[in-house]
Design a binder for this molecule. Structure first.
Ligand SMILES: [Zn+2]
Length: 113
């Protein structure tokens, strides 16, 4: 009973580990066990409203007026937000907006500059 995955080429179950590589004895295919793992638990990709990939430190603009809970203020459409930080939650962007301070935004409401 081996926990190793079957060969991705010929589906053989007789794969074995050779260092960080997995090797199939039937078709001689070699692949990296590491890469397979990384692919399955790959980091979350954050995209803006236009589908651009966002990264920490990016500058974005807000694409619609966003009403703030509590304070009653509104972040106007077109507001520039510098140096965003991506977080893994419902509001996936942490940032600071001039005049408003620290807040969280949703990536679907911003566009990369
Ligand atoms: Zn194989």
């Amino acid at each position: 009973m081996s926990a190793l995955p079957p060969c991705p080429k010929c589906n053989s179950e007789f794969t074995y580990e050779d260092g960080s590589q997995l090797v199939c004895p039937e078709c001689a295919h070699e692949w990296s066990a590491q890469a397979t793992e990384t692919a399955t638990e790959s980091a979350k990709v954050y995209r803006d409203a236009a589908g651009n990939v966002l990264q920490d430190g990016d500058t974005v603009t807000v694409i619609k007026d966003l009403k703030l809970k509590g304070s009653g203020g509104t972040v106007k459409m077109g507001t520039k937000v510098k140096n965003i930080r991506l977080v893994d939650s419902d509001h996936d962007i942490d940032c600071k907006i001039d005049g408003f301070g620290a807040m969280s935004l949703k990536s679907e409401f911003v566009k990369k500059v």
